[in-house]
Design a protein. Structure first.
Length: 66
């Protein structure tokens, strides 16, 4: 048989468990978040420049072929 999830007023218990689990999470500090944000921005900018370069190279090659 398939068990069904019935709502027997266990919402309060559920939210207490969620709150307890969130207390176990190791949240990053402001310094760590700044470091991660800067790393992400640098990574995105590097990839953007890479793809712009590739696109420009292909456009140049296409111009030579015409």
């Amino acid at each position: 048989m398939v068990k069904t999830n019935e709502n027997n007023g266990n919402n309060k218990s559920f939210y207490q468990e969620v709150k307890g689990e969130l207390k176990k999470v190791k949240w990053p500090t402001k310094k760590e978040m700044l470091k991660y944000a800067i790393s992400t921005l640098v990574f995105v900018i590097m990839f953007a420049l890479f793809f712009i370069g590739i696109e420009s190279l292909f456009a140049f090659i296409k111009g030579l072929i015409k």
